[in-house]
Design a protein around this ligand. Structure first.
Ligand code: NAP
Length: 457
């Protein structure tokens, strides 16, 4: 894939970039490694000051950064602006809390025959981040903020279709005061990732993206015995029970499906509705999906912009066509509009069965699948009948049902009467083919630390 800014709203190539040659990549790895030697000794207070300065820069540059993101991957401008704000908030969160999350953890000295014993969190070193385009700022910041606060240094290999956002991030931290070399962008294609992973100066890697990319990075890192965190795809369930507030569930469900033009790993993708309220919920949901305004992502009133790439649009078209060819029903949408850019309309598909690709694969676009459940057991069965395990949404006013969903839905997160969202305060990650490891909260900052046992006699 060429490294280029191609506006998905028009299909026009705006800028292309040459990938860094191998010697430039090596020089940047060396610089990161050398920077780490001193950077690891800086205090939490100092790192926090720099990170707060980076948050202030983001705030001051919100509009320009948001326009870049929208131009490169097509998300509605309002959502791009909100993404910048969320990044600044996460930076301040880690600036405030890192010292507490990484404080020494005392152990009972008498139990281990010591005078004093504790666990200490220390940084691992240079961490490679392979990142996707869908939240081009947030995905990177939720890695970078905790990694830098822990004393690690970062190398970013961003998705090839968001190079200008990648370059912005590559300068942001240095502009905020971090030593040069703490966080650098590598403008490289996926074929050059192996070289970086195998470099002995690179200690670990995190990847957010598709399953094939995760498998490739994890197997190379495994061969090198290097730690990885993988944040991969999802096909989150959105279960609706009869006691739920159906109007709210339908309204939030639409947002949960189409936010970011439907290209979110934690988007609600499978709507599993109890048979007693199936018709009523479906009617409300389809009506709201029909009312959405698809169009130019820079337009204030746009709810759904284009998909980020032509290949992404083609994938969505193909999944819907496969389902329809095997007997599924399109309740709204389902046909790409005849216009420039890679638009796909908000779509609802019913009568889905296990033989259809849409049943088992992630649909990365504004397409909701509707499933009928006979009771709560059936709803949980359908919700868990997937290879993914990222998030799950459940709607019910019954506390016993809520307990069952929390306990039995197989996912890294369960949100009851709300939509799955990431917050700096809550750990984020998946199980099954959605990946492993956690980002955010205290868990995220500890992922790339050496948990050193200290025993003093
Ligand atoms: P992708 O094609 O896997 O790309 C993600 C990143 O991996 C890009 O930087 C890409 O580089 C790189 N890459 C691709 N193949 C690679 C390989 N074989 N070796 C090394 N690097 C490789 O994914 P995407 O289409 O951009 O993003 C969509 C996917 O990400 C969805 O499945 C979505 O659910 C998932 N996602 C997960 C989370 C989460 O937190 N769990 C969050 C957001 C998105 P190039 O661009 O140069 O190919």
């Amino acid at each position: 894939m060429a490294i280029a800014t191609v506006n998905p709203a028009t299909g026009e190539t705006l800028r292309t970039f040459e990938p860094y040659p191998d010697d430039e990549v090596t020089a940047r790895i060396r610089r990161a490694y050398e920077t780490f030697a001193d950077y690891r000794h800086t205090s939490y207070g100092q790192r926090g000051e720099w990170l707060r300065a980076a948050a202030d820069l983001l705030d001051a540059e919100t509009d320009r950064t948001a326009v870049t993101m929208t131009t490169e991957m097509g998300k509605p401008l309002r959502q791009a602006q909100a993404e910048v704000g969320k990044c600044a908030r996460a930076m301040r969160f880690y600036a405030d809390r890192a010292a507490e999350f990484l404080a020494d953890e005392p152990a009972d000295p008498s139990a281990v025959g010591a005078h004093r014993a504790y666990a200490r969190y220390q940084p691992l070193g240079v961490v490679l981040a392979v990142m996707p385009w869908n939240f081009p700022l947030w995905q990177v910041v939720r890695f970078a903020a905790p990694a830098l606060m822990a004393g690690n240094v970062g190398l970013l290999k961003h998705a090839s279709n968001v190079p200008q956002t990648a370059l912005y991030l590559g300068e942001l931290f240095e502009r905020a005061g971090f030593p040069a070399g703490c966080f650098q962008t590598l403008l490289i294609g996926s074929g050059q990732v192996e070289q970086v992973l195998r470099d002995p100066r690179v200690a670990a890697a995190t990847l957010t993206g598709s399953e094939p990319a995760g498998r490739s990075v994890a197997s190379i890192a495994g061969d090198e015995v290097k730690k990885t965190v993988l944040e991969l795809g999802g096909s989150d369930a959105f279960v609706v029970m009869p006691s739920a507030d159906l109007d709210r569930a339908a309204r939030v469900g639409v947002t949960a499906r189409v936010q970011n033009n439907g290209q979110s790993c934690i988007a609600a993708k499978r709507f599993i509705v109890h048979t007693d309220v199936f018709d009523e919920f479906s009617a409300r949901f389809v009506t709201r999906m029909k009312e959405l305004r698809m169009g130019d992502p820079t337009d204030e009133v746009t709810d759904v912009g284009p998909l980020a790439t032509e290949a992404g649009r083609d994938d969505v078209e193909e999944l819907v066509a496969d389902a329809v060819g095997r007997g599924a029903t399109v309740l709204t949408g389902g046909v790409s509009p005849d216009r420039k850019g890679w638009y796909y309309p908000p779509t609802v598909v019913g009568d889905l069965t296990p033989g259809m690709k849409m049943y088992g694969e992630e649909v990365f676009g504004p397409v909701a699948g509707l499933y009928r459940a006979s009771d709560i057991d059936d709803a949980i069965r359908i919700a868990n009948d997937t290879g993914f395990g990222l998030g799950a949404n459940a709607w019910t006013a019954d506390p016993n049902e809520a307990d069952r969903f929390v306990d039995e839905l197989a996912a890294g997160a369960v949100f009851v009467n709300g939509m799955v969202t990431s917050y700096p305060e809550l750990p984020f990650g998946g199980i099954k083919r959605s990946g492993y490891g956690r980002e955010l909260a205290a868990h995220g900052i500890r992922e790339f630390c050496n948990v050193k046992s200290v025993w003093l006699g």
